[in-house]
Design a protein around this ligand. Sequence first.
Ligand code: S3P
Length: 168
Amino acid sequence: MRIYLIGYMGSGKSTVGKKLAAAYSLQFLDLDAYIEKRNFKTIPELFANLGEEGFRKAEQKALHEVSEYEDIVIATGGGAPCFFDNMDLIKRTGKSVYLRGTPRILAERLLQSKTERPLIKGKSEEELITFIHETLAKREKWYMQADVILDFDRDLAIDEVVDAIVIN
Ligand code: S3P
């Protein structure tokens, strides 16, 4: 059993992933944390040293590695499904769940978040909302290929997520 949580930055993939893993007695893995350990650098350092292109290569490599892990819930980084063959790999090797937040709730959460995210660093609220609208529109081409799409415009209760993801 392998479940991938995908979705935009701030969609709650890690929070939901941890709870989902606990509910089904699965392991939990955060792909960004895995990339950081594997490369001995933080995500902002990887962006600064290698540029986005280099980060995406490290991300693809990491995704291929973890796609062999069993009995696991994997929270991917927001961009992961949208580069290279990554979404095909996700679909081929597990059940994918798209946590589909509205731009409003995503912006709200990202403005409160303490995690440093190179793609949105230094953006004002207005710039952030415009950025989310633009990038989400492009990224949904990949996100919408998920097996399960979970729309939300508020914090999700874990029961709702577990109920939506029927594990066979
Ligand atoms: C990114 C999302 C981040 C992280 C990196 C790039 C993106 O992960 O992988 O900063 O392109 O959307 P989260 O979705 O966990 O914030």
